[in-house]
Design a protein around this ligand. Sequence first.
Ligand SMILES: Cc1cc2nc3c(=O)[nH]c(=O)nc-3n(C[C@H](O)[C@H](O)[C@H](O)COP(=O)(O)OP(=O)(O)OC[C@H]3O[C@@H](n4cnc5c(N)ncnc54)[C@H](O)[C@@H]3O)c2cc1C
Length: 425
Amino acid sequence: MTTLIYCFRDDLRLHDNPALTAACQQADHLLPVYVSPLPQTSRWGFARMSTRRSAFRHSALQGLASALQQQHSGLLLASGSLASVLPALASQIGASAIYCEDIATPEEQDELTALRASGLAVESFWQSTLLAPDSLPWADAQLPDQFTRFRQQVEAAAIQPAAPLPPPSLPPLPPAARQLIRPLAAMDYPPADPRSSFPFPQAAFVGSEAAALAHLAQYLQRGLPHSYKATRNGLHGIDYSSKFSTWLACGSLSARLVLQQLHAFEAEHGHSDSSYWLWFELLWRDYFKLLQRQHGRRLYHPGGLPQRASPPHNPAVFQRWMAGQTGHALIDAGMRELASTGYLGNRMRQIVASYLIHELQCDWRAGAAWFEACLLDYDCSQNQGNWLYLAGLGTDPRGGRRFNPDKQAAEYDADGDYRQLWSQP
Ligand SMILES: Cc1cc2nc3c(=O)[nH]c(=O)nc-3n(C[C@H](O)[C@H](O)[C@H](O)COP(=O)(O)OP(=O)(O)OC[C@H]3O[C@@H](n4cnc5c(N)ncnc54)[C@H](O)[C@@H]3O)c2cc1C
């Protein structure tokens, strides 16, 4: 009899989950577990996870727990570090190993190192990218240092992801674990701001796998891939971009499933430059995850990959940026939207980040930390990669990206509607 623990991390789904599928195939009894980290304060003095982001994850866990219950399994919830929770649990229920997904970011790597140091067998599986690293024509260390070269080589070699896996059948819970499983404690979610472009906690925008799959289906049914490229730089509204990111970040949606469904859409409704652009953007996501595999902790140096001197910083100016009180109407509108909703479109993310780094001369790491706290779609590799790219401290040899906020306002908010919408917190 083999008893295993499956430890969910940023893969809160049953569909296309190779690590979970492997655990289900190996185990006679399987205990699904999720360990929430204890609340932490960032070095910049604010909580690392806003109430809204923690509520979004709670909603994803609620969906996962009920999907597991439907298969007569369940989800055991604990809090702390993996190493403080799982060894005792494994010995209590007689589990011989932990199965989980592999995540390349340093804190997540450290968690598995500490777990292995406790003597537990840990099987981890890389599964968050579209493209499997071993399907690429280079080793991790030889990843092209520009996104364009990466994309061109992937496309020239016609590399495509493997097909997504169906949800597995869950083995029964270990008998000793049945009485340990308790329902997820209720949480009061902050209400959706009616101005939000991602109005969580409305039912269609909660973090569950069911909501993710329904969102993907309606996005394709409504033909939105064919208008995506023209609208993706929008500032306000639900449909200007796909809004897949929140579900991709907590893993209730698999990128491979998105691509498979997009290909099915294209087979039925035709390809367009616009539908291609969703693949293009999903490749950016892969690129930043692969960059994390390549460079690890080096991406966290204050001076970035070139290890330049620490950037300047001004705490009072940074406070005003976070609060949406810089005096620049477009920047302040974006920062209010971020704080009030936990979402900001890609264009506004670029504009406010560039403003903090290049105009306000503040430390990019402080900005990245504020995004970490607020963003419902926070994903460490994506956040770090994008901030480094804008600061000119990543791999791209062309230097940073500086956005002139007045020009951006004239181009993307010519009538001032967005600034008016967010003129108040
Ligand atoms: C400073 C900064 C910080 C960011 N932090 C995060 C983060 O923490 N988590 C996160 O998921 N994205 C982050 N992004 C990338 C991007 O802004 C979001 O993925 C996108 O806005 C999410 O909305 P969407 O799903 O509607 O995107 P769409 O435009 O519909 O794009 C489809 C998908 O492509 C991927 N994608 C799009 N743009 C990018 C990009 N610039 N980099 C990487 N992948 C991309 C995402 O997975 C997205 O869901 C950041 C961008 C910037 C400039």
